[in-house]
Structures are given as structure tokens and as C-alpha cells.
Design a protein around this ligand. Structure first.
Ligand code: ZN
Length: 130
């Protein structure tokens, strides 16, 4: 794992500490590396469960709010579960960075995969033949 990826995983681990997860008890953090900057997010749950937003989407949206248009990598970390991105997050990642690296870690287990391997044939608005 490169130094940049380890730094990204460390940022994701730190973000996981800020997770708001009183219902599931699962804390997840994510960090996006874009334009030389790191943008973080954590899962934020809600009493109305459907309003819960995952760490990955919060990190991606923070990057977009910071003026980024794409990103090189996203790291996701949890002490509680192997935090593979859910389907909604895979589609959001594909929107901005279909070729990026997705690095997922739980404790000492790490998985690294490209976003377009996580979600092949993602929904694309303009292409007729996907
Ligand atoms: Zn998700």
C-alpha cells in the first residue's frame, strides 16, 4: 500500500470516530483523495432510517462541495464491519470517478478494487449502449 493510500486510510479511520450511529452502533469513516486534498465523511444515521447517509457519500459530497470534479481514490474504514460500499455509494462513486481505487479496511484486513469493478455497467445518463 502506498504512503498516500495509508494516509487516506488513516483519515478514514479518524473520520469513523465521528460517526453518528446510535441505532446500528456501526462506525464507518471514508476519505477521498482529490486534487491533492483529502475530504472526509462518516456515516450519519437518523431516527427515520431512510434518511441515513453513508460515510462514502458524505466524503464524496464534501469533495464536490470543495470544488473537486473527480478523485483518484476513496478509502473506507471501520473497526466494526468490512465496510464495502453499498449500491447507492457505488453509483455515486461511479458518477465522479469510475476508474478510481476503492480501498476498504476493517482492522488488519484490506481490500483494494477499482470502482468500475465494484459496479460494472453503472447507470449513465447519456450513453445509449452501456
Ligand atoms: Zn453506502
Amino acid at each position: 500500500m502506498s504512503a498516500d493510500i495509508e494516509r487516506l486510510l488513516s483519515a478514514a479511520e479518524n473520520a469513523a470516530r465521528n460517526a453518528y450511529s446510535p441505532y446500528s452502533g456501526v462506525k464507518i469513516g471514508a476519505a477521498v483523495f482529490a486534487g491533492g486534498n483529502i475530504y472526509c465523511g462518516c456515516n450519519v444515521e437518523n431516527a427515520s432510517f431512510g434518511l441515513t447517509v453513508c460515510a462514502e457519500r458524505n466524503a464524496v459530497f464534501a469533495a464536490i462541495a470543495g470544488g473537486e470534479k473527480s478523485f483518484d481514490a476513496i478509502a473506507v474504514y471501520s473497526d466494526d464491519v468490512m465496510p464495502m460500499p453499498c449500491g447507492a455509494c457505488r453509483q455515486v462513486i461511479a458518477e465522479f470517478a469510475p476508474g478510481c481505487d476503492v480501498v476498504v479496511r476493517c482492522g488488519d484486513r484490506t481490500v483494494r478494487i477499482r470502482a468500475d469493478e465494484l459496479l460494472p455497467r453503472s447507470f449513465v445518463f447519456k450513453e445509449k449502449d452501456n
